[in-house]
Design a protein around this ligand. Sequence first.
Ligand code: SF4
Ligand code: SF4
Length: 162
Amino acid sequence: MNGNDVQSQLKEAGIDILKCMQCGMCTGSCPSGRHTSLNVRKLVKRAIRSRDVLEDNELWMCTTCYNCQERCPRRIDIVDAILKIRSIAAHEGIMLPEHRQVIKLFLQYGHAVPIDEVNIKKREELGLEMLPETVHKYSDALDELKTLLEVCKLAEITDQHT
Ligand code: SF4
Ligand code: SF4
């Protein structure tokens, strides 16, 4: 796949980033960019030019607040583009180590943040049941969830590039 393929996949999804005129309104509206290296204007430019955008850490710095998309004078679905590019990257096993860790927890416990002893104790202090009404409590549901995740090949995706 080359850069144009990323851009063509966006086009197929109804997102035309080629309309970008590099005005910078998106970057100026981006709260995340004030605290991170994210420059959404440049990210769009890289998505037009090269598949290297899939490896770009800035891809994961967007909080999906939609400020940029609401203000883009060319009405480009910028956030939808970012989400689609993330999806393409993830399907190729390209993600941050933190994502990989969260997915491993999800595969094992059915929760991205599984319950721990501290939270169990807090629940008891609050008069709640030890376990919440989730897969933590119902092992059959956890088995079903694991079957679904297996069908989705989530573990295989996560194991790529490790
Ligand atoms: S606001 Fe829209 S047109 Fe302007 S740089 Fe960002 S994506 Fe391109
Ligand atoms: S949606 Fe993402 S890229 Fe757009 S302004 Fe918000 S944080 Fe920035």
